[in-house]
Design a protein around this ligand. Structure first.
Ligand code: SIN
Length: 483
């Protein structure tokens, strides 16, 4: 167990209506780097989930009536406390999720940035007046918070995916119930502790932690008192949750899977492309929805790019995220490693070649070596599935049109990246790619000011940016007559 400067941040029970709820049973949280137990966490169930919903419903009356300024003051305090405690929060994050310390600190500041951003953005919710069809009427549009928001968040960003949703919800005047992944509940609970210290009123921010994902998920998607549901996770699970939300016609936003192409054209700055591919492929051990999934390289520069890329990949260090200088930590579970192994094996059987890596690292069973596969085609399993691991398949192409066709040949549409210098090409490709977010000569695109979200089966809605509040607001039309 790592020493924290503030041990009160290490919480192990659900946070409902401003209180910590101990239950009767517990579940274990493990450190993926060494499989050691980090905590026994009290297991909340459907009853506690419903309790959290009713706390959020009661709190909504007062929270929604606070001024945007008053909400901003509390959110800003929450942000300040998160930044003040970022090293402790990063330790908790690495303990339960595995990512290297530098990345964990990066995630804490990334998550906090959404709270800072939306604290201010909440003050900029504008309505409208519209010319009426007759002179005795006036038409106005106001925006109001949707109500209670429920969220289910993933293990790959145990802090930031909660902060990104909660910040927008709370700034808009909504109250919030989140169920974080059972693999990584501790970061969420630490956020709750800091929310309460910031003075965010009881019932406004609730966290339910438990292993009954199906049961708790049903409450959060079907409870009539929940107005909006938001999810970050796989497309497979997202589709099920969407169906459940249909029973009460909830407003939904979904941030689902991706299959990001990373295209390198012959006019690219190849060194910059290598650098971009390294960060966008291997951060978080390849476990992000916006991670590069396929590298498409123009045939004329394929050899040059591949050699430079392989040299950079061989330099990546694998190990426990707490060790200084480690670049690639463990994957979250042995099941996740098995999925990656299977995709590599099936693709090698079809003709792919392992250039670098290709097996479990001697650091332990959850460490998969940073890997490059060449001789890959777009129809191989490694290219048409979301890998969610540190494997980079390289596919070659001849023309710009072919690159766009290959890139778009997927049911996903979250992020895409390309490297090129020709300005005409930059516009043609940016407009031709069917993805919600495009990195142009850039491998890291996530930040609080930008609209994060996908098209096609990668989901709907946008998080962050000035657009991020829309998902938590209803438009109300007022028609004044008799004038
Ligand atoms: C995700 O993987 O779901 C989010 C990644 C990011 O925010 O950059």
């Amino acid at each position: 167990m790592k020493q924290l400067s503030d041990n009160q941040l290490f919480k192990t029970s659900s946070f409902i209506d401003g209180k910590w709820h101990k239950g009767t049973s517990t579940f274990e949280v493990l450190n993926p780097a060494n499989n050691q137990r980090v905590a026994n966490v009290f297991n909340a169930d459907t009853t506690e989930t419903a309790l959290a919903v009713s706390a959020a419903k009661n709190a909504f009356t007062l929270w929604s009536k606070k001024s945007a300024n008053d909400r901003a003051i509390l959110l800003r305090r929450w942000f300040d406390l998160i930044i003040e405690h970022k090293n402790d929060l990063a330790k908790i994050l690495t303990l339960e999720q595995g990512k290297p310390t530098a990345e964990a600190i990066g995630e804490i500041t990334y998550g906090a940035a959404f709270i800072e951003w939306f604290a201010e953005e909440g003050k900029r919710v504008y309505g409208d007046t519209i010319a009426a069809p007759s002179n005795d009427k006036r038409i106005l549009v106001i925006k109001q918070p949707v109500g209670v928001v429920a969220a289910i968040t993933p293990w790959n960003f145990p802090n930031a995916m909660i902060a990104r949703k909660a910040a927008a919800a709370l700034a808009a005047g909504c109250t919030f119930v989140v169920k974080p992944a059972a693999l990584t509940p501790l970061s969420a609970l630490a956020l709750a502790e800091l929310a309460t210290r910031a003075g965010i009123p009881h019932g406004v921010f609730n966290v339910v932690v438990g292993e009954d994902s199906v049961g708790m998920g049903k409450v959060l998607t079907q409870h009539p008192d929940i107005a909006k549901f938001t999810f970050t996770g796989s497309t497979f699970v997202g589709k099920k949750l969407l169906t459940q939300c249909a029973t009460t016609v909830k407003k939904v936003s979904m941030e689902l899977g991706g299959n990001a192409p990373f295209i390198v054209f012959e006019d690219a700055d190849i060194d910059a492309a290598v650098e971009g591919a390294i960060v966008s492929k291997y951060r978080n051990a390849g476990q992000t929805c916006v991670c590069t999934n396929r590298i498409l390289v123009q045939q004329s520069i394929a050899e040059q790019f591949t050699q430079k890329f392989a040299k950079a990949v061989k330099k990546l260090t694998v190990g426990d995220g707490f060790i200084e200088g480690i670049n690639v930590g463990p994957m979250i579970s042995t099941a996740a490693v098995d999925d990656v192994k299977q995709l590599v094996r099936l693709s090698v059987d079809l003709g792919a070649k392992i250039l670098v890596g290709g097996s479990i690292d001697d650091q332990g069973d959850k460490f998969y070596q940073p890997t490059i596969l060449t001789n890959v085609t777009n129809d191989m399993p490694i290219a048409n599935n979301e890998i969610f691991g540190p494997v980079a398949p390289i596919i070659t192409f001849d023309s710009e049109e072919e690159a766009i066709t290959l890139a778009n040949d997927t049911e996903y549409g979250l992020a895409a990246y390309f490297y090129a210098r020709d300005i005409g090409r930059v516009w043609r490709v940016a407009e031709g790619l069917d993805f919600g977010m495009i990195g142009i000569n850039e491998g890291i695109i996530s930040n609080a000011a930008a609209p994060f979200g996908g098209v096609k089966q990668s989901g709907n809605g946008r998080e962050g940016s000035k657009y991020g509040l829309d998902d938590y607001l209803e438009i109300k039309y007022l028609c004044m007559g008799g004038i």
